[in-house]
Design a protein around this ligand. Structure first.
Ligand code: C2E
Ligand code: MG
Ligand code: MG
Ligand code: MG
Length: 275
């Protein structure tokens, strides 16, 4: 028994850890099945101007688990990343997002909406990443100018030159790039300067206490002025109150995302108040 083996070895037999391991294994099997059985759904969160007019959406994947109900990406994206399942999963998300763009392109009220898709590290580092996107845009007929790809700082730091090449190739046909969760990673301004980016997203951790924490307020202002001088767009994430919006607006932010304007919802529930 683990208990008799002494304190130092107990952790190897920790029932909680065994449960975690088997729960993970079970989740991996379930996730494989989810991909085959179409249990994944894209939710969309509006990206809006200060007065609430929608300019685009961010696609956020949800897993409708037959037993557990709705599982959020924080719970399965890391596992998908570790197991490699992120490749088919990411491809599915991109296909669904492009299909949505094509559906919206037929209606003058929705044809200018952009869709932002989160791209994970392993997905972006795949040697055929750009080719996959180019093929997808060709086969679906989605407008590349409406597709935004969200990357994170950490993802860009490994193999920087390769990342720049991939981004440049896709940007040359109209795809744009956002740096997600900006300010939470470790990228230097020297790197930022050389990245072919279109937009920064102010991480919600700075927005949360922007009215009460002078440091968060300073960081938000700094990101906004940095973006302005580098000619980048900015979206503030996690805006939950009118007060936060007003502060950010006064600091020069013109695009917002957060529960104050709208939660992520299935496409049928989107309030499409166009520009
Ligand atoms: P993210 O890309 O930074 O997305 C923003 C997250 O903040 C979303 O969580 C969204 O629901 C949440 N959020 C939006 N507004 C508010 C607000 O006002 N307050 C608060 N507290 N939260 C807000 P979600 O949907 O659970 O996604 C979590 C993360 O999972 C995403 O962070 C993204 O990194 C990842 N993710 C989601 N979908 C995908 C996907 O299709 N592919 C990949 N690779 N990652 C994804
Ligand atoms: Mg994102
Ligand atoms: Mg984010
Ligand atoms: Mg995040």
């Amino acid at each position: 028994q683990a208990k008799n083996a002494g304190r130092n070895t107990v952790r190897f037999f920790d029932p909680a850890m065994q449960l975690a391991a088997s729960a993970r294994a079970e989740m991996e099997v379930d996730l494989r099945k989810a991909l085959q059985e179409e249990q994944l759904v894209l939710y969309y969160q509006p990206v809006v101007t200060a007065n609430g007019a929608i300019t685009g959406v961010e696609a956020l994947v949800r897993w409708m688990h037959p037993v557990k109900g709705m599982v959020s990406p924080g719970e399965f994206i890391p596992l998908a990343e570790q197991t490699g399942l992120i490749l088919p999963l990411g491809q599915w998300v991109l296909e669904a997002a492009c299909a949505q763009l094509v559906a919206w392109s037929a209606d003058p009220h929705t044809q200018r909406l952009s869709v932002a898709v989160n791209v994970s590290a392993r997905q972006f580092r795949h040697p055929d990443f750009s080719t996959h996107i180019l093929d997808l845009l060709r086969t679906t007929g989605a407008n590349p100018y409406r597709l935004k790809l969200e990357l994170t700082e950490s993802l860009l730091l490994t193999d920087f030159e390769e990342a720049v090449l991939k981004m440049s190739e896709l940007r040359s046909i109209g795809v744009s790039f956002s740096l997600d969760d900006f300010g939470t990673g470790y990228s230097s301004l020297a790197y930022l300067k050389r990245l072919p980016l279109d937009q920064l997203k102010i991480d919600q951790s700075f927005v949360r206490d922007v009215l009460t924490d002078p440091n968060d307020a300073a960081i938000a202002r700094t990101i906004l002025s940095l973006a302005k001088s580098m000619d980048l767009g900015v979206v503030a994430e996690g805006v939950e109150t009118a007060g936060q919006r007003d502060f950010l607006l006064a600091a020069g932010c013109h695009a917002f995302q957060g529960y104050f304007f709208g939660r992520p919802v299935p496409v049928e529930q989107l309030q499409l108040r166009p520009l």
